[in-house]
Write a protein that binds this ligand. Structure first.
Ligand SMILES: Cc1ncc(COP(=O)(O)O)c(C=O)c1O
Length: 416
């Protein structure tokens, strides 16, 4: 059971939540699937780096560079431990998008005509376009795992049909940023490995919100975004099984990712540095380490518990109204803290999500409206131009949900 006082205590770490917007309106931030707010502990860790030991890493022999290198490496170790991965298996990149592009370019040499690449019908563009283009470059066939009848979950029968002995890669989201669905990753990993293919996971919406143990989930490669888990913008990373990363061609070439360079040849640096060409985002990496430390102290069970409590509450409230339609699984157990919904007027006409989001914004409420970078899912599967989306994190409250629903009532009345 979640005690609301615990959430109030967490809120004290986030000064931005006490800001007002739009001429004095209290901020209600419900756009956490896009990016989360940052606690003081993370901002302090970043400013300490810049104010006290800013230097380039892995290059200098001087004192500052040594401290910066140690702190940056320590952040790597912390993130690796958080995912139950080895130190060599986690590299820092800008975000999930970059991670998945590193994978698709790096693995290209192992894909040829006649091979098959499989993603699902619920992809964010980041986990779809890199694979679509990989298939185009190599002549491989690009296939989709279908959704179930009400477009809320992946259809495992379809997965078993679509994944064949020609499949080389299967990539799915751990959690959908539109439907909120948490996919049965272990089962999908088993189906994939039985077919002899690699299992790639888009961890953008799961790593910040639940315990993700890459070994337990039998993931071969996974991308994630630091900014969606309280770390700064431009911080994120990927996990790859060590043997896989050994074989993967680096996408970026340059300084720090090499061991020996001659006028004729080059050998790669040890993992994970092979994938961190040039000066890295040191402050961002240190901030990511601090964000993970914050989550570890809170525990991922608590994070999931708070989001479960908020999602259950919001779904119950939203389903009180016959003019609200929600998307994704009806079972709370199968979903994370993301709720996409639409609002209709008394004549059953859709109130465009952009109108809804604009009217809520007037009251200080930040939700997202659009196709959420999953245009095929929204437009071709759900058959709507856009949805509204509220998404929660550890600092949201049931009062914020109530206030948002009061404002939805106002919008409904205004358009009816
Ligand atoms: C499921 C999913 N995958 C990938 C991404 C891409 O993340 P980023 O923009 O941080 O690369 C997002 C971002 O919203 C997402 O929700």
């Amino acid at each position: 059971m979640i005690n609301p006082d615990e959430i109030q205590k967490i809120r004290e770490d986030f000064p931005i939540l006490h800001e007002t917007v739009r001429d004095g309106k209290k901020l209600v931030y419900l756009d956490n699937a896009a990016t989360t707010q940052k606690p003081k502990q993370v901002v302090d860790a970043i400013s300490e780096y810049y104010l006290k030991y800013n230097a380039n890493v892995h290059r200098g022999i001087h004192a500052l560079s040594e401290i910066a290198s140690d702190m940056y490496d320590e952040a790597h170790q912390r993130v690796s431990d958080f995912l139950n991965a080895g130190f060599k298996e986690v590299a820092f990149v800008r975000n999930t998008t970059e991670a998945l592009n590193v994978f698709t370019y790096g693995y290209e040499k192992f894909i040829s005509k006649g091979d098959e690449i499989v993603v699902s019908r619920m992809e964010h563009h980041s986990n779809m376009i890199p694979f679509m283009k990989l298939a185009e470059r190599t002549g491989a066939t690009f296939k989709y795992i279908e959704l179930n009848e009400d477009n809320s979950e992946l259809d495992l029968t379809s997965a078993e049909e679509v994944i064949t002995d020609k499949t080389k890669i299967v990539s799915v989201p751990h959690m959908s940023n539109v439907l909120g669905t948490i996919n049965p990753v272990k089962k999908l990993a088993d189906i994939t490995h039985d077919a002899g293919a690699l299992f790639v996971l888009d961890g953008a919406q799961s790593v910040p919100h639940m315990k993700v143990d890459v070994k337990d989930l039998k993931v071969d490669f996974m991308g994630f975004s630091g900014h969606k888990m309280m770390a700064p913008m431009g911080s994120g990373g990927f996990y790859g099984r060590e043997e896989l990363l050994d074989k993967l061609e680096p996408l970026f070439y340059g300084g720090d990712m090499i061991k020996v360079v001659t006028y004729k040849d080059v050998t790669w640096n040890d993992l994970p540095w092979k994938f961190e060409a040039g000066t890295p985002n040191v402050g961002g990496g240190i901030g990511l380490g601090a964000a993970v430390e914050y989550l570890q102290k809170l525990t991922m069970n608590k994070v999931r518990g708070i989001e479960h409590y908020l999602t259950k509450y919001a779904m119950k409230r939203l389903t009180e109204y016959d003019w609200v339609r929600t998307y994704g699984p009806s079972s709370i157990e199968k979903r994370g803290g993301v709720i996409s919904f639409n609002v209709y007027n008394n004549d059953g006409m859709l109130i465009h999500p952009h109108d809804v989001a604009t009217l809520l914004d007037e009251e200080g409420i930040a939700i997202r409206a659009g196709h959420h970078c999953a245009q095929p899912l929204t437009v071709e599967k759900l058959c709507i131009p856009a949805t509204n989306r509220m998404s929660f994190y550890i600092y949201n409250t049931t009062e914020e949900i109530d206030f948002t629903i009061d404002q939805l009532e106002r919008v409904h009345k205004m358009f009816s």
